[in-house]
Design a binder for this molecule. Structure first.
Ligand code: ABU
Length: 551
């Protein structure tokens, strides 16, 4: 692939580029000059070269003569964005250009985070836009393995651009007629993938999986004690919920937020692969009852954050049915596997859930953010959350007001997260998403097999990964002769953070690490970026060895 020029080259290229925009050196205009410009007509951008150094935002639309200049400014910005997109996929470019917080705050090469009292010119703004990208992290780079959400899908990006251009809100059909119907279509399709019938299924897009999990707790509590909506917790018994030791911390956080309390979250033991043990769930429920609590909710995880484990959903559903408990499945990470014929069986039993969290911004590679809460019982979200603000949800509008879906949520303003997913689904079809998921899991298997054959690495889990998480230690030569025990553990604990620090400073690759309760720091590699190939996996291991062999 052609190497994309770095920022300084981009400056040069502008003068030579087809649209003929001429990049000029930044000049700081005095404030008095600035106010003089405000009284003058909008500068003309019809000539080939645009000098933005004396142009200000007030010259753009809605200035009566602002259309040409607005177009010129946005085209210039798009050139910067396109250069960044190309660079993101270029393996010879860095994943990040790391600077410490104090360095960024002090200002770098004219990049200043402080906000002025007087307007700055558009040239400065374009420089700021370029610098913002330059000092950020290319999460779409094929060698970014750090987070569950990664990749840069071009159709998804187009969807995000369109969404920002439309700049509307998801509370009423009145102002989002198309997006509201798209949300209905996409949620229905996701509910089908979960396995719910046409008579079942509701949902809402939320700002992330933690919020979806919080919604699920609100629904479960309301379902059992509808009076909570009006009278709060004061007359309710001590309620208990259950989640595994490998589940996401947002379950505890949600319990804290809604007034259940973290102490009333019973943490259920997992097996060595990180899956909830059903008999442990059963005994936790009995323990909670003995302690005088009312169990009401179980969170099962489909794709845990660190190990990528899938809890046994049918077994958990049986226990929930037996005790009359709400079953939530946190499939924020694992939900994407429902798109793959090869892997969807790992979520067998999910159709028995009362609610499901599924984040397409993770395994399906939709640009952040795109996260859905799906609810089996129709109408419950609305019942639980609606307050019917009269200025917004007037019942006497001329259209079917059941499409004013905003009152299902706990937010008022809600971002349009659906369009980019809808557009990507059109572009790929369900099968395209399935192949994308399959490729990510093939990369995980390739890494797992490579690690199994090497003496300088140790796998945390010996079984083939179920999801795309692969957890491992790098054992530097200095530790290879030391037998397992406290001394080795203490030293091994320091290896991953040291390698990660060097990695970030060099910017060549990014991977996360963490300890668990019984294991010292280990690397977690996750694959959700369709741009990643086997050569990137090889590169990752070579890089870890290069940076860590002297430790
Ligand atoms: N549950 C938020 C994602 C965390 C991660 O990317 O590792």
């Amino acid at each position: 692939m052609q190497t994309v020029p770095d920022n300084s080259d981009v400056i040069l290229a502008r003068g030579q580029g087809k649209p003929g925009f001429l990049w000029t050196e930044r000049t700081d205009k005095s404030h008095s000059e600035n106010s003089r410009i405000s009284q003058s007509p909008a500068p003309d951008s019809s000539c080939n070269a645009t000098d933005f150094s004396s142009i200000y935002s007030k010259h753009l639309l809605p200035h009566p003569d602002g259309e040409k200049m607005s177009r010129a400014f946005l085209q210039e910005l798009v050139r910067t964005l396109l250069a960044y997109v190309a660079k993101t996929f270029d393996r010879s470019s860095k994943v990040l250009d790391f600077h410490h917080p104090h360095q960024l705050k002090e200002g770098l090469e004219g990049f200043n985070l402080e906000l002025p009292d007087q307007p700055e010119n558009l040239e400065q703004l374009l420089v700021d836009c370029r610098d913002t990208l330059k000092y950020g992290v290319k999460t779409g780079h094929p060698r970014f393995f750090n987070q569950l959400s990664s990749g840069l899908d071009i159709i998804g990006l187009a969807g995000e651009w369109l969404t920002s251009t439309a700049n509307t809100n998801m509370f009423t059909f009145e102002i989002s007629p198309v997006f509201i119907l798209m949300e209905e279509t996409v949620l229905r399709k996701m509910q089908e993938k979960v396995g719910w019938t046409d008579e079942e299924g509701d949902g809402i897009f939320c700002p992330g999986g933690s919020m979806s999990n919080l919604y699920s707790l609100l629904l479960a509590r309301y379902n059992l004690y509808p009076e909570v909506k009006m009278t709060g917790m004061s007359n309710l018994p001590r309620m208990a919920l259950f989640t595994s030791e490998h589940s996401h911390y947002s379950i505890k956080k949600a319990a804290q937020v809604i007034g259940i309390g973290v102490k009333n979250v019973f943490v259920v033991k997992c097996d060595e692969r990180g899956k909830m043990i059903p008999v442990e769930l059963e005994s936790s429920i009995m323990r909670a009852k003995t302690a005088g609590c009312v169990p009401f909710y179980v969170n099962a995880t489909a794709g845990t954050t660190v190990y990528g484990a899938f809890d046994p959903l049918h077994d958990i559903a049986d226990i929930c049915s037996k005790h009359g408990l709400w079953m939530h499945v946190d499939a924020a990470w694992g939900g994407g596997l429902l798109m793959s014929k090869r892997h969807r069986g790992k979520l067998r039993g999910i159709q028995r859930a009362s609610s499901v969290t599924w984040n397409p911004h993770k395994m399906m590679g939709v640009p952040l953010q795109c996260a859905a809460l799906l609810v089996r019982q129709k109408g419950l979200l609305q019942e639980c959350n609606q307050l019917g603000a009269e200025y917004l949800f007037q019942p006497d509008k001329q259209y079917d007001v059941s499409y004013d879906t905003g009152d299902k949520g706990i937010q008022c303003g809600r971002h349009v997260d659906v369009f980019k997913l809808w557009l990507m689904w059109k572009a790929k079809g369900s099968e395209g998403f399935g192949s994308q998921v399959n490729r990510c899991l093939e990369n995980a298997e390739y890494l797992f097999n490579s690690l199994s054959e090497r003496a300088d690495f140790e796998l945390v889990l010996k079984n083939k990964p179920e999801h795309s998480n692969v957890c491992f230690w790098y054992i530097p030569p200095s530790l290879r002769g030391i037998s397992p025990g406290a001394e080795r553990d203490t030293r091994l604990h320091e290896v991953a953070p040291k390698i990660k620090a060097k990695m970030m400073e060099e910017g060549s690759v990014m991977i996360g690490y963490q300890p668990t309760r019984e294991k010292v720091n280990f690397f977690r590699c996750v694959f959700s970026n369709p741009a990643t190939r086997k050569e990137d996996v090889d590169f990752l291991l070579d890089e870890i060895v290069r940076l860590g062999c002297g430790l």
